[in-house]
Ligand binder design. Structure first.
Ligand code: AMP
Ligand code: ZN
Ligand code: FE
Ligand code: FE
Length: 279
C-alpha cells in the first residue's frame, strides 16, 4: 500500500477514459492524497477525461497537465508519443481523435469475430462495461474474458488470445511517429517521446527532433537505470525537456505501478505549460 509520492508531479497516467481503473476524479484525488503537486493525465487516443480531471484538480488545488498518449508504428516497433496541453477546441484534433476511436471500434469487432472462431463468445456489451470511453483496447476485452471465466488474469488473456502472435490478435491502425508529432503540434500541444527504453528507440530520435519533438520521458516505471542514463544524455544532447511519470493504470489494470513513484519536479510541468502557450 503506497503512502506517499516520491516526486512532485507524475506526468503519465491513465483513467477510465481509456484503460485505467480509476475515473479522472478518483485519480486526481489519489494524487492529492499522496501529496503530489501536479499530475499529467495521458489517456490513449482520447481527451474525454480532461473536464472531470480539471474540476477535480481545481478542487484539490493540484496543477493539471492535460495530455494524451498516441501509439505510433516505426519499423514494426511501438513508439508512444505523449502530447501535452493540446487545444481541445481544435476541430482538426477532434476529427483526428474521432478517426482513431472509430478505428479502435472496428478493430474490437474483428477481435470478437476471431474470439468466436476460438469458441470464445463475448458480447460487445460485456466489453462496454469496462470501456466507458471511445478508446477501446485489449485490456478491456481481457477484463471481459476474465469476468466470463475464459482466463484467470489479464496476462493470460494476452498470452492465449490477444497478444501479438495469439489467435485473436488484430493490429491496430497506427500513425507514424512523425504523424503523431504533427497531430500534436497542429493542435498546439507539446510532443514528448514516451518510455523509449521499452523499445530501444534511440536511432529514431534525430528524425523526430527534426519533426518537432520537444521532450523525452526519462523517468518511467519500466525504465532501468541504464535507460535513465541513456535517455537523459540524449535529452541533454538535443536540448529536450526531460519528463517522467509512472504510467499508472490502477491496480486492476497494471498491478505494482504506483502513482507518483516515477515523475519529475513541478518546474517541468510549468515549463511544458509555458512551451504550449508559445505554440
Ligand atoms: P491496445 O491499445 O488495444 O493495443 O492495448 C494496449 C494496452 O495493452 C497497453 O496499455 C498495455 O498496457 C496493454 N498490454 C499490452 N500487452 C500486454 C500484455 N502482454 N499483458 C498485459 N497488458 C498488455
Ligand atoms: Zn494503457
Ligand atoms: Fe505507452
Ligand atoms: Fe501509458
Amino acid at each position: 500500500m503506497q503512502v506517499v509520492a516520491l516526486y512532485e508531479v507524475d506526468l503519465h497516467c491513465h483513467t477510465t477514459a481509456s484503460d485505467g481503473s480509476l475515473s479522472p476524479a478518483e485519480l486526481v484525488r489519489l494524487a492529492a492524497e499522496l501529496g503530489l503537486k501536479g499530475l499529467g493525465i495521458t489517456d490513449h487516443d482520447t481527451i474525454k477525461g480532461w473536464n472531470e480531471a480539471e474540476e477535480a484538480a481545481a478542487h484539490y488545488k493540484l496543477q493539471l497537465l492535460k495530455g494524451i498518449e498516441l501509439s505510433t508504428d516505426w519499423l514494426g516497433k511501438e513508439v508512444h508519443i505523449l502530447g501535452y496541453e493540446l487545444d481541445s477546441s481544435s476541430n482538426y484534433l477532434k476529427d483526428k481523435l474521432r478517426n482513431l476511436g472509430e478505428a479502435r471500434q472496428r478493430r474490437m469487432l474483428k477481435i470478437l469475430e476471431r474470439l468466436r472462431n476460438q469458441e470464445v463468445d463475448i458480447s460487445e456489451e460485456a466489453i462496454r462495461k469496462y470501456a466507458q470511453g471511445d478508446s477501446i483496447g485489449r485490456p478491456h476485452i481481457a477484463q471481459a474474458l476474465m469476468e466470463k471465466g475464459y482466463i484467470r488474469d489479464i496476462q493470460e488473456g494476452f498470452e492465449r488470445y490477444l497478444g501479438v502472435g495469439a489467435p485473436a490478435y488484430v493490429p491496430r491502425f497506427k500513425l507514424t511517429p512523425e504523424e503523431g508529432i504533427e497531430l500534436i503540434r497542429k493542435a498546439k500541444g507539446v510532443p514528448v517521446l514516451a518510455h523509449p527504453g521499452m523499445q530501444r528507440l534511440e536511432e529514431g530520435i534525430p528524425a523526430w527532433v527534426e519533426a518537432g519533438l520537444k521532450g523525452i520521458e526519462v523517468l518511467h516505471s519500466e525504465h532501468k537505470a541504464q535507460d535513465v542514463t541513456r535517455y537523459k544524455a540524449l535529452a541533454e544532447h538535443y536540448n529536450l525537456l526531460m519528463t517522467g511519470g509512472s504510467d499508472f493504470h490502477g491496480e486492476a489494470c497494471k498491478p505494482g505501478v504506483e502513482l507518483g513513484r516515477w515523475g519529475v519536479s513541478l518546474r517541468v510541468l510549468q515549463e511544458i505549460k509555458e512551451l504550449a502557450k508559445s505554440n
